[in-house]
Design a protein. Sequence first.
Lengths: 271, 340, 363
Amino acid sequence: MRRGRITPLAIFAGLYLIFLYAPIILLPMFAFNDGTIIAFPLQGFTTRWFVDLLNTPALHAATGNSLIIACSVAVLATCLGLFAARAVTRYDFPLKGGILGFIMLPLVLPEVIVAISLLVVLMQLGLNASIYTIILGHTLLCMPFAIAILQGSFAGLDQSLEEAAIDLGETRAGAFRLIILPLVTPGIIASMLICFIISLDEFIIAFFLSGNEPTLPVYLWGQLRFPARLPVVMALGTILVALSITLLLIANYFRRRGLARTGQQDSGGFL
Amino acid sequence: MISPPLIYAILLLAVPLLSIILFSFWTQTFLTINRDLTIENYAEALTDPLYRVLMERSLRISASVTAATVILAFPIAYYISFKVRPERKALWLFLITIPFWTSYLIRIFLWRVILAYDGPVNGTLIGLGVIDQPLSWILYNANAVIITLAHAFAPFAILPIFVSLEKIDRSLLEAARDLGEGTVMTFLRVTLPLTMPGVLAAVLIVFIPTVGDYVTPRLVGGSGGTMIANMIYVQIFDLSNRPMGATLAVLAMLTVTITLAWAILHVRFWVHLSDRVGGGVAGLCLAVLAAVVDIAIIRWVYLNGDAWFGTAGALGVMAAIMVGGAAAIAIFVPKGRWGL
Amino acid sequence: MSDTSSNAPLIQMRDVQKYYGTYHALRGITAEIGEGEFFSLLGPSGCGKTTLLRAIAGFEDISGGTITLGGKNMAGVPPNRRPTNMVFQSYAIFPHLSVSQNVGFGLRKSSLKPADKTRAIGAALEMVGLGHLGNRAAHALSGGQRQRVALARALILKPKVLLLDEPLSALDRKMREEMQVELIKLQREVGITFILVTHDQEEALVMSDRIAVMFEGEIAQLADPEVLYRRPATKRVADFIGVMNFLPALADGNGIEVMGLGRAEVDPSQVPGGAVSGACSVGMRPETLSILYDGEMTRARETTAMVEEVVYYGDMTYYDVTLDGASAPVRISMRNMVGREVLSVGMQTRVSWDPRAMVVFPD
């Protein structure tokens, strides 16, 4: 590898990173900007937009909904993911590739398709859209991510580890508690955090399936048509993005810790 | 062990998908759904030029986004795979994917802010003296949709290409250099072909979801940038014609599948033709010729078929040609280079 | 190598059967293993040796027959209650624990005081030569180190039987030879029964007191290494252990006519399968045939041959020669003693052979 730092390729890479982060950097800039128009030049520092957020009851309701949904989805998707990851790494069953591909399909399908197909089923069943329907939809979306993360955990688990523990005198439960659980726990935590983030940020399915209980992104969407609310929207956006990134960093920390514990290599990224 | 997730996926994915297929054959007047099976919706969707234009625009936008994203993604994937120290690679990948984990809605909305008439891009360009008037062609049209989607789907394209670059045995490249190839030729003749499977994956991962995107066209597309998903929304929520929405969804997925199948299998065919004549310049010419002919046929049917087969018929014939050709290639032409 | 014990055997297997669905993995295994014995289960992949080992350990239930350990029938006894401990093929070292924690894992439930536990762990690590690695993280060990940790972890519990599932197959050649010697020493030091599963016949020959050669779920021959080598019970065993030349022959009432060598009379002990008549095969090990150099005389029989292939190994030379009157070449190994020249391809040479070295197999 050549040591020339400032090659054209390196410059391109740098510019690309700026391109990737440009929108996000603007968020806090204008969230703290003392001006009602989102344009340069900046006009002084203020936190009044954030204060505004605190005084909006509709926002609080939406936040509550989002949190309930996100937590439920995190647990549900991770549980299902645990089953799938264990099955895929341990056993060989017919049509394994096809089944796995099918479960991972939501990753590639346009979300609109998933959203309206769920909507149609709901209507057929005469059900109303509600928090529960959104939870179901989000879980479908998050399951592939949970499986991808947990597969990494289980891949590092040698089947003989459990048997070795039993051979050395432990019971099945003891082996699970002392050997399996510590090795899988970092993956479980990472999976839950990732599913939480995805659910919190998800818009389309929540939008199509929202009844009277909007989530945060849906609430945000509603605010977009009011130019006067733009700075507040920026403030809300800043909080959401900061939260997402924080949780992501924590999730990554756990993911890497899980890998380190089993002596595996970090291939970078969750997928 | 696999059964709970499988059952869940079947209940919440397979069943709903099958339901919208069924639903697309029903009709709705005001609030009542008529469950008699009919192809009314399909007839309307295929004959009314409005839908066709939207679908075509969606495909075009997606194709542009895919091209832009993949072309821009390749250098950065190459940089990380070949120029970054191994212990830093994970960090770079992580940095690239961080924006992906933030709210999609927020990111699209931010692009509307950025590209606005009185927004930062125009402000900076004016301030730097590059232009006098704010640019009007960067927002509320198809261009804005393309820029925004290219930004949103960048990580999707980078990761598969990166994976296939990593898989290349470095000693292959050294062998090529050892046999006398220059850097550029090594890249073209060894690296690029070996990454084709990754590029193909990137194309699929970007093309399919972008065709059905709703938020971006809605926020930054204006009237010239609406896509098929917006129409689906309008049918379902504004016009209370849910079956029509379902029909459009089914047709959209069909169109995407047929288009992709046609494209991928025909590229296999063209490469196969080129190999048959021994590659080189002759092979390239033959492949290009075949490509031109194949595309011309489809175009002719699309543009002139109305007169011969009727509007719906023209689309049907076009689909038949595409599917037939693709199937024939799938059966008779063996899997060739580049993972196609 | 230690003597097989004269007490009641430690492990008794009577007609052990194991089915996986319709697949008959173990077909009536009957054998006895004594205390302090280094016993090997040898065979190609799929022969059932690992299945048998796991059945002794308790990880597989058997479909028929009995396994008795120390006089007690092990039916229904789970692995964590048997007086056995196992070293797994992948070593199964717990990656999230340190070396000491790994070794001391089995002591968690014992009634030892913490100080005694620490001492025991230290002693176990010393025994396998890893005394200095107690605090190392387990996932940071080399293959050879991992294997020793697995050994220490199993032996610290003082089992009556140590089961080893292909322990050396994951190591490179040099490490493997080192560990073979170490395992023998360790077994002598600890004095307990070792049961080793391997597909490497050299390994089994070097380390074991007795070997059970298994094919397709059955024991083909159970004997000590010398008997296995010199008097294999079947053609398949003969071929599996070391290199064996097979020469076509005709047996009549009075003796054997061997193609390429001549006529000979054999002792009944040289016919493991019982009396043979008609077409048969005669097995001769490469070292039982000798090249006669110029001027050498021999008391045994003699014949002529042509050299087809010469492989020089430094201390030995292997010759493939075609005996006059035979069709297929046979392999002869000769030590490169001082004064012996290395022959070249195409030379005619004399070969001496001793009928006492022959083993006769029915065809």
